[in-house]
Design a protein around this ligand. Structure first.
Ligand code: PMP
Length: 312
C-alpha cells in the first residue's frame, strides 16, 4: 500500500508514520472502533480530487460511532472539513482512498463502552481498483453467516465485525474463488465481504433491504439512484440463495468494489458469464460521474483543487 505523507491524528496533522497507538488500546484489543472508506478520484482533466459523496460518508461515520458510544469533537460538517484540509496537505496526483477511524483509545481493561476515551484519525492511500476483475468475479456462497444486527450493529462499519468479513473472504480465496457472498441468519442473501450485492432478473435491479443485516452502503444508494435515472426498475426485497444461480446479472458495489460484475456463483455461470447490459450501463455512468464528466451529478463530488500536471 502506498500511504500518503500526512495523517490527521489526535486533533492535528502529523507525518503518517507518527500516527501511532499503544498496544493496550481498547479498540485494538476489542475491535471497538468504527471506520469509513471513501474514494477521491482525479478529475478527468487532472484539476481536482473529487471526493465521492463526502457528506453522506461523514454522516455514516458519525452514526457508526454513535452505535458504539464514540463521541467525536465535531459533527459531519466538521469531519468533512478535515478531509478537505488533509487532501490539500497531501496534494495527491492520482486516485486516493481515505480511511477515517474513530475508536476507543483508552487503555482500559474492561470491554465496556462508557467512560473509555475516544480517538480519531484519518489517513489516505493511493488506490486504483480494489478487484482485478475485467471478466467478472468468481463468488462463492460462504458457510459464514453475515453478522446479525442483534449481535454487532450490521448497518455500521464496526471494526470488530470485520472478523466476519475476514473469515468469509479468506475461505473464498482458500477455495479458489475471488469473493464471498454471505447469507444472513435467516438464510437470505446478505452481501459480500466488503460490498453490497445487486441482482438483475428480467430487467429489474434487485437488492436486499437495509433490514437484511447488511451495511447501509452509500454506493448501493448511488446505484439505485442511477438505475432510476436510467429508467431501470428497482426493487428492495429479500433474495434467496438459488436466485443467485438463475439471475441474469449480478454485481458487487461499494467504495472499494465500485461496480464489479460477478461472472459466477458456486461455479454456476451468471447469465452468459459476461458483464450484463444493466451492470454495464450503471458502471459506465458511475465511472463518468466520479471523474467529473457528468454535470448533473456534480453535487455528489466535493472537488478539492490540485495543481494540473504538478511537478513531483
Ligand atoms: N458492505 C460492507 C460489509 C462493506 O465493508 C462495504 C464497504 N464500505 C460495503 C458494503 C459498501 O459500502 P459503501 O458503498 O458505503 O462503501
Amino acid at each position: 500500500m502506498s500511504y500518503l505523507d500526512y495523517a490527521y491524528f489526535d486533533g492535528k496533522v502529523v507525518p503518517f508514520q507518527d500516527a501511532k497507538v499503544s498496544v493496550a488500546t481498547h479498540a485494538l484489543q476489542y475491535g471497538t472502533g468504527v471506520f469509513g472508506g471513501i474514494r477521491g478520484y482525479l478529475n478527468h482533466d487532472g484539476s481536482s480530487i473529487n471526493i465521492f459523496r463526502l457528506p453522506e460518508h461523514c454522516e455514516r461515520v458519525i452514526q457508526s460511532a454513535g452505535l458504539v458510544k464514540i463521541k467525536l469533537p465535531f459533527d459531519a460538517k466538521g469531519l468533512a472539513t478535515i478531509f478537505v484540509d488533509l487532501t490539500k496537505r497531501n496534494a495527491p496526483k492520482g486516485n486516493v482512498y481515505f480511511r477515517p477511524f474513530a475508536y476507543k483509545a483508552g487503555l482500559d481493561l474492561t470491554p465496556k463502552l462508557t467512560k473509555v476515551d475516544d480517538g480519531f484519525t484519518l489517513y489516505m492511500m493511493a488506490l486504483e481498483d480494489y478487484y482485478s476483475a475485467e471478466k467478472g468475479l468468481s463468488a462463492m456462497v460462504s458457510a459464514w453467516r453475515r453478522v446479525n444486527d442483534n449481535m454487532i450493529p450490521a448497518r455500521g462499519k464496526v471494526s470488530g465485525a470485520y472478523i466476519n468479513s475476514s473469515l468469509a473472504k479468506d475461505d473464498a480465496i482458500a477455495y479458489g474463488f475471488d469473493e464471498a457472498i454471505m447469507l444472513n441468519e435467516q438464510g437470505k442473501v446478505g452481501e459480500g465481504s466488503a460490498a453490497n450485492l445487486m441482482m438483475v432478473r428480467k430487467g429489474v435491479l434487485i437488492t436486499p433491504p437495509i433490514t437484511a443485516d447488511i451495511l447501509e452502503g452509500i454506493t448501493r444508494r448511488t446505484v439505485f439512484q442511477l438505475a432510476t435515472d436510467l429508467g431501470i426498475p428497482t426493487e428492495q426485497r429479500m433474495i434467496d440463495r438459488t436466485e443467485l444461480y438463475i439471475a441474469d446479472e449480478l454485481f458487487f458495489c461499494g467504495t472499494g468494489a465500485q461496480v464489479t460484475p460477478i461472472a459466477s456463483v458456486d461455479k454456476r455461470m451468471v447469465g452468459d458469464g459476461k458483464p450484463g447490459r444493466v451492470t454495464q450501463a450503471i458502471a459506465e455512468r458511475f465511472y463518468d460521474i466520479v471523474k467529473g464528466k457528468v454535470a448533473d451529478y456534480s453535487d455528489w463530488l466535493t472537488k478539492v483543487p490540485v495543481a494540473v500536471n504538478a511537478a513531483d
